[in-house]
Write a protein that binds this ligand. Sequence first.
Ligand code: HEM
Ligand SMILES: [Cu+2]
Length: 499
Amino acid sequence: MMATPPTDNDPIIPNPTYMGYVRGIFTEDDINHMAPKGVDLSTYAGVQGNATNIFLQTLQPDGPMPPAGYPKWSANRSQNFKTWILNNYPLGAPEAPVALWKAALDAAPGVRVRKNVDSLHADEVTALTKAFEGIIALDTSDPNNPNGYYQVAGIHWFPVARQCQHHVQAYNPWHRIYVRKFEDALRSIPGCENVTLPYWDIESGSVPRLFSQPPFNQYTARQGVGVGFPTPYTTSRFDDATILQNLASSGVTQSIQDALGQPRFGSYLTGGFQKSIIQAHDDGHGSTGPTMSRQEVAAFDPIFWFFHCNWDRMFLSWQTLVNGTTLNGFKSTLDGDTSWLTFPPLKPWPQTCADAVPAEADVQYEALATGALRALRHTAGSIDAIRPFAIAHSSRVSVRVKNINRLNIPGTFIVKLLADGEEVARHAFFQPVDAEECLTCKEQGLIPIDFNLDLDKVQGRKLSVAIEVPHDKEIGGSFPLSRAGNPTINARLLLEEAQ
Ligand code: HEM
Ligand SMILES: [Cu+2]
């Protein structure tokens, strides 16, 4: 076999970074062939850990990697890779796509175009209404019908599956499958085969009018939804003005922007996309109403589906921004552990995170979030000291309330940051009432809440923290910090890698 000549289209790059350049060198073939040999070319940690060896193996003219038949590295590529090593492996940021796509109205046949609720045509509203009514009607005729509203909504917690996929790495992939299952149920209704679930753009500053008309305004479960809830149970929601005010005071748009600006996936406990997007999600639940605030029953409120469709859109938006729409592209954004991708399965379904992470080829959103316009910067309270760092512009400070023992708190709670007694920020934490009974919750009993604020909002003022449990009448709102595990506070200026 003739050796492939070195590929020579890489320019010399003065400051190559992992996110901006290095990860793009390795093809799916390279990654798949080297993984069984213990060389992980799909993650930052893997490439950094093997960097010298990789450099030597791929150096032309004699380097054996990639083997004959595969494109060889050019001298420029080797040079760039060496510069990256000498510069201490900078992580950097991906080059954001200049413009995110808008789904063409003539999308390929079979593609599910999920539209903004506010841009549905009258006939689309009619079909969606019919589909919702259709699956609600399945409730009574056969409670075990997999497409019944009660049944699908019950998977979230009560009464069917008692799933708690929150604050964990599987949160986005699990909900991606869940949203699709619900959409499949809608499409099972005769005449509704092409219905797609629209999304509520929660950053839009309005609550779509559609949500106030039946069957989207409320839902009544006749079968009973679990201990502590009346039968029949009817969902309830705050009025639009309250919802909008709550979204604003918990900074949902800010959290989304923080999330979309992160080049790393991270985790709920540490930071990155995952920390901020889950915070925005929790705040969205807490802002929307009594039903949406309670993990046990949230999925019964019809708004839940439009709301979660939007979080899937956010996940896809972020994946698009960081070139993470394939499994390996996504892996390149992870720190360390990737084992959660393949185990365990996302119960009650057989798929794993690895199955649900890649962008679904047959799903498009009318518009992805406009995060492309925001600079992707790895901003966090702490970063690896091996790399040069900068204090993030506009002096934002991260106030972290650390080690809140959420297992002691009965249900979703709100943490408030007060300056001279006046509320300057609040965040919700979404959980079931009996968190101490839930295996997932117990694994992460101590949780941090981060407030990212402009320094001048808090500087020189007397700060304090309060916890409230709004739905618990007995507690009457406020919850003593001493019973929440005596959390501690730290405040850090946000740091970012110097570019
Ligand atoms: C840019 C792409 C690649 C890089 C950076 C790379 C890197 C490496 C490195 C560092 C080693 C040495 C492992 C060690 O010291 O234990 C190695 C060995 C090996 N690689 Fe790759 N590899 C690449 C692509 C491939 C591809 C595409 C294949 C298969 C088609 C492949 C097959 C092998 C095999 C069979 C060995 C063991 C060779 C031996 O021990 O003689 N590699 N590679
Ligand atoms: Cu949710």
